[in-house]
Every structure is written in structure tokens, then in C-alpha cells.
Design a protein around this ligand. Structure first.
Ligand code: SF4
Length: 89
């Protein structure tokens, strides 16, 4: 069961440069799936690994747990796309 207290926790997103809630990270990846960096960004704040394991479908959790860092160029393109989306809002 998702926990509203955890979903409202906030950190500075290294990709967007702004403060965002955990719930955003849960839907900001491809096809509204969790962001591929969710483990890296949240492990110091709470036990994100266990939380996701308990709350996500197993295949989605496994995909995140085995996610490899993307090449730098792909990350830069994603960041640029996020910035353009943010600008157009
Ligand atoms: S998980 Fe993704 S969206 Fe969330 S703070 Fe990290 S980089 Fe930003």
C-alpha cells in the first residue's frame, strides 16, 4: 500500500534542478512509470528499495532494480526534454 507520507517527501531533483515530491518520481519515467533514477535519488532518505518492492508490480520493480545508468548523451537529451516540457507549461 502506498504511503501518502512517503509520497509527499521532497528532494531537489538532479535532472530538473527543482524541489519535487516523491510521488512525481513514481510517474516521471517513460510511459508514466517510475523514473529510472529513483533508487539513486532516494536511498538516503528512506528505504526506497523495500517500498517499491512492496508497492510496484514485480516486473516493474525488477526493471528498476536492474536499471543501468544511461549514457550521458541520453541523459542530457532527457533533461533538455524535461526543461522544454516545463517551459511550455
Ligand atoms: S528519481 Fe528522477 S525525477 Fe525523482 S528526483 Fe531523481 S532524477 Fe528527479
Amino acid at each position: 500500500m502506498f504511503d501518502p507520507e512517503k509520497d509527499n517527501l521532497q528532494i531537489r531533483c538532479p535532472r530538473l534542478g527543482s524541489i519535487i515530491p516523491f510521488r512525481y518520481c513514481l510517474i516521471s519515467g517513460e510511459d508514466s512509470m517510475p523514473c529510472f533514477k529513483i533508487m539513486d535519488c532516494w536511498w538516503e532518505i528512506f528505504d526506497v528499495d523495500s517500498y517499491l518492492k512492496e508497492n510496484l508490480p514485480q516486473d516493474i520493480y525488477q526493471g528498476l532494480a536492474s536499471a543501468k545508468p544511461k549514457p550521458k548523451v541520453a541523459s542530457i537529451v532527457e533533461i533538455a526534454e524535461e526543461a522544454m516540457k516545463k517551459r511550455d507549461k
